[in-house]
Design a protein around this ligand. Structure first.
Ligand code: TYD
Ligand code: ZN
Length: 420
């Protein structure tokens, strides 16, 4: 089901083939362990009661002492991880607003006429681009159900991982792409060097721009959001690690833009090394902020345990007072939080979620049922824990009635808060 991972994907530290694998007798290069969440279910393995579950795998975070890249200690077989994948890009106002900011940031670098998206999901972002003067778009996504949905809404999409074949299919539609976007997929990829080789196939134009959007390691550390650590996220990226990776490629980092989406993300804009303009000052600014990231990762583990303890005591206290508690947002993050805290159905009765594919299923490991959002007002639990805390303000705003009727929110990250 999974393989062990023990070398750095960005700088190659501890890669057995590397000549400095054994520095001197008796001292072997090794990634450092920073967080161990135990054996956990796959975070998106939302199954019906009678379905077969995918199983459990270790969930442990290691760090490269050389470049500071945090990465999981295992790589779960993608065919198991992404089979029957329920994740659909949120059609929320928060996401729409993000797309608009992202496209604006891209236009500070280039005025794209066409765009290929890697990991295009159901085509939501490409549709947005098309409605905002990007003339031609094409998507690549491994989930057949999502690619079909995209094709049905006229966003041409090829089914498959990003590789030589899908890159060629994309290029038969858009021969010289001037923009390639990969939103929240790069950290799911094991073989970064292969990704760069395939990206190079698309980069024939001198003005080529690739935009890789990932959750930003520094934000994750600042928020202590350990709930972003799950089997799909193989790496937790910062700009310095990307710079290491690009050293042996034809690419360089040109600009970095920071966004609040998903608890803090960065869009790393990549140009060919022969692009005549010097990198934007944002690149150096980030790298400076990331100085001593190794020490910050070590503090992250302590902050994570504090957040788990706070939520645990909130829920246990509420239950002791005879109050009812539900969850809101059956995000992958919710699975990590629930299992890390050891919550079961007796602690949290149900989780509301707008995603039709998740409703009627159980949260992996805890077996808490997932229901529609309307259950919040129908059941009116005393407390609702917002596990999709990256959408907290939107969720609170659209459920004002819940508070009017006496309900209270618990927002577990970046500090466990009870509202109002
Ligand atoms: P998200 O944070 O996008 O992803 P991840 O699974 O990577 O942690 O998950 C948000 C979940 O919250 C998703 O299942 C949809 C749900 N949701 C609602 O139910 N209602 C809402 O108003 C919003 C914004 C999200
Ligand atoms: Zn490294």
């Amino acid at each position: 089901m999974y393989r062990l991972h023990s070398h750095c994907r960005a700088c190659g530290y501890a890669r057995k083939a590397s000549p400095d694998y054994i520095k001197k007798e008796g001292s072997v290069e090794k990634l450092m362990e920073i967080l161990d969440l135990g054996i956990q279910p796959l975070a998106n393995d939302f199954k019906k009661y009678t379905d077969e579950h995918a199983g459990y795998a270790p969930l442990k975070l290691l760090m490269c002492p050389r470049c500071g890249l945090a990465q999981l200690s295992v790589v779960v077989e993608p065919a198991i991880l992404y089979k029957d994948y329920p994740y659909v890009t949120s059609r929320s106002a928060t996401m729409e607003n993000h797309f608009s900011m992202l496209l604006h940031a891209i236009r500070l670098e280039t005025q794209p006429l066409n765009c290929i998206e890697i990991g295009s999901n159901d085509g939501h972002f490409l549709e947005f681009c098309q409605n905002h003067n990007v003339l031609k778009v094409f998507g690549i996504d491994p989930a057949e159900n999502l690619a079909t949905a995209a094709n049905e809404s006229m966003i041409r999409t090829v089914v498959g991982e990003f590789n030589k074949r899908t890159a060629e299919v994309a290029m038969s539609n858009i021969p010289c792409p001037d923009l390639v976007v990969a939103r929240h997929v790069f950290c799911h990829i094991n073989e970064w060097n292969l990704f760069m080789v395939d990206l190079e196939r698309l980069a024939s134009e001198e003005r080529f721009l690739a935009v890789i959007e990932v959750p930003y390691a520094l934000d994750m550390i600042a928020n202590g959001s350990f709930d972003q650590v799950y089997h799909e996220h193989l790496s937790y990226l910062h700009v310095g690690a990307m710079a290491h990776l690009l050293e042996h490629t034809p690419f360089k980092i040109q600009r970095v833009e920071h966004f609040p989406i998903h608890g803090g993300s960065i869009a790393i804009m990549i140009r060919r090394k022969d692009w005549p303009h010097p990198p934007h000052e944002s690149v150096q600014r980030c790298i400076q902020r990331e100085e001593s990231i190794q020490g910050k990762w070590l503090e992250f583990a302590a902050k994570s345990s504090a957040l788990m303890c706070s939520l645990e005591s909130q829920v246990i206290n509420a239950k002791q007072l005879g109050k009812s508690v539900c969850g809101y947002g059956a995000s992958a993050k919710s699975t990590v939080f629930l299992n890390a805290c050891g919550f079961k159905r007796k602690d949290i009765q149900f989780i509301c979620d707008s995603t039709k594919q998740k409703q009627g299923r159980l949260s992996p490991g805890s077996d808490i049922p997932i229901v529609d959002e309307g259950a919040l007002l129908r059941e009116l639990p005393d407390y609702a824990v917002i596990f999709a805390h990256n959408f907290a303000s939107e969720i609170i705003q659209k459920n004002e009635r819940y508070v009017e009727l006496g309900g209270k929110w618990i927002v577990p990250v970046p500090e466990c808060k009870v509202l109002p």
